[in-house]
Design a protein around this ligand. Structure first.
Ligand code: HEC
Length: 440
């Protein structure tokens, strides 16, 4: 990987013209003006970071073809937005634009909005970061770390909120051009209608029978096994999508953030989240029409309040449930992996249980073991460093072989210096932490 160079590559004119030409003849194009001697385009993919200035049509074209389109065709199709808190909600708009415009015919760019930012090592090689900052913002350390580690980061700087108009224009042009590079029609949304049609069918059943068709689901408190099997399907390039047909509350927001972080840190796959039915018009198109790489978690709750719909035999709550079931059917008919979880009577408790079900060995380790053990070093803290324990093959404390069985006995019972965890942890958590320790 070439050394990182931070370049002010794009003065709209030069690269924009190259990019427009490239998009027009869809052939690989030449190097960026200041690029090292690499194969065409590669300098942007590996270890480069860019700062884009200007937001006219040409800048949008360059961003769309050179950056989003070309990177997507090379596997970096998770456009991960990191926005200044001052314009944080711009992300929702960009998410919808990209997902609904590009996610079709088995192709598409996956916008990743609102995912908590992590250390460079928790990301796979399928990301393109776009950092949207305001001129007055202080430097963002997390973004700097990503750049330093060689992740591709595009920085878009706005002078003030009036620049939003320019950003809208940039993203619209960029998305249309990226669509051309991917070879799809950005002005079409074929699979949104499909879920609507499914919803109609589900509502017809409700009208006829007076109840909605059953959908297989699991309670949040019992979701551990289902989540494990869903995540077991994660491959390089997969993404994990949370589809919450629930109220947006501080509890749901906290749980979604915790689940996304745990899944991402554990599997290195990108995570997305949306509230239903709203997301059906944004990422919903991509889920069904885009690359078949999604792992889906549908979360539903019983509505505490309901409102009837004049002239219809069903209420808003029933309509929402029908939309969830209709979308579930769209996903399963494509053989996409989906787990449907019900939050139960107490949504807040349900969200907490769901977050706990996703937290795996790493989290258990952080919470219960890291005060006394390093997981990234062999050095002694209060207890011995656990890095490399499995490779060494024997416990340093007693010479026993490192097996699941011996680890279980040790962790459950402790010894004079290490506390026993038989009571403090569930059996599944002990299993998870053993699995984690063995990866060190
Ligand atoms: C309060 C401190 C403390 C906590 C918390 C703790 N340990 Fe320990 N652990 C120790 C000490 C001290 C030893 C060394 C024991 C000895 O020398 O007899 C040890 C030893 C070990 C060993 C043997 C390592 C070797 O190389 O032989 C393993 C494995 C282990 N701990 C795992 C865990 C796990 C997993 C957790 C969390 C569930 C945990 N420990 C939590 C203090 C702790």
């Amino acid at each position: 990987m070439p050394a990182l160079t931070r370049r002010r590559v794009l003065t709209a004119g030069v690269l924009g013209t190259v990019a427009a030409a490239a998009a027009a003849c869809s052939r690989p194009f030449g190097r960026t003006p200041a690029g090292p001697n690499l194969p065409p385009g590669e300098d942007l993919v590996f270890g480069a970071s860019l700062e884009l200035t200007g937001s006219g049509a040409v800048a949008g074209m360059a961003f769309g073809s050179v950056v989003m389109g070309r990177m997507a065709t090379q596997g970096r199709n998770k456009v991960t937005l990191i926005a200044s808190p001052k314009v944080a909600t711009l992300g929702y708009w960009v998410e919808q634009l990209i997902a609904e415009s590009t996610g079709k015919e088995g192709k598409g760019i996956v916008p990743v909005e609102g995912e908590p930012v992590g250390k460079p090592a928790v990301y796979g090689d399928d990301r393109l970061f776009v950092y949207i900052r305001m001129d007055a913002d202080p430097p963002n350390r997390a973004v700097q770390a990503l750049e330093k580690a060689g992740h591709p980061v595009v920085t878009l700087t706005m002078r003030d909120k009036l620049d939003l108009g320019g950003e809208f224009f940039r993203w619209e042009v960029a998305t249309a051009i990226a669509g051309a590079v991917l070879g799809i029609d950005a002005f079409d949304q074929p699979n949104v209608q499909e879920s609507k049609d499914n919803t109609k069918k589900v509502l017809a059943i409700f009208k006829g029978k007076g109840k909605l068709p059953a959908a297989e689901s699991v309670a949040a408190s019992k979701a551990r096994a289902g989540i494990k099997s869903l995540l077991g399907k994660a491959k390089r390039g997969s993404y994990f999508a949370i589809m919450a047909y629930t109220a947006r509350t501080p509890g749901s927001e906290a749980a979604i953030a915790a689940i996304r972080t745990a899944v991402r840190d554990k599997t290195k796959i990108a995570t997305t989240a949306g509230y239903g039915p709203r997301f059906l018009h944004s990422t919903g198109q991509l889920h069904k029409g885009g690359p078949k790489t999604g792992l889906f978690l549908q979360v539903v709750q019983n509505d505490a309040k309901d409102v009837s719909i004049p002239g219809q035999p069903y209420s808003f709550s029933v309509l929402k449930q029908a939309q969830a079931i209709g979308d579930l059917q769209s996903l399963t008919s494509r053989r996409l992996p989906v787990l449907r979880v019900t939050l139960g009577r107490e949504p807040a408790a349900g969200w907490r249980a769901l977050a706990a079900a996703v937290k795996r060995g790493h989290d258990v380790f952080q919470e219960k073991c890291s005060i006394c053990h390093f997981d990234t070093s062999e050095a002694k803290k209060i207890g011995p460093g656990l890095k490399g324990l499995n490779k060494r093959g024997t416990f340093s404390v007693n010479g026993n072989k490192v097996t699941d069985e011996n680890l279980k006995t040790w962790i459950e019972n402790g010894d004079s210096l290490m506390p026993p965890f038989k009571e403090a942890l569930e059996e599944a958590q002990i299993k998870d932490v053993i699995a984690y320790v063995k990866t060190l």
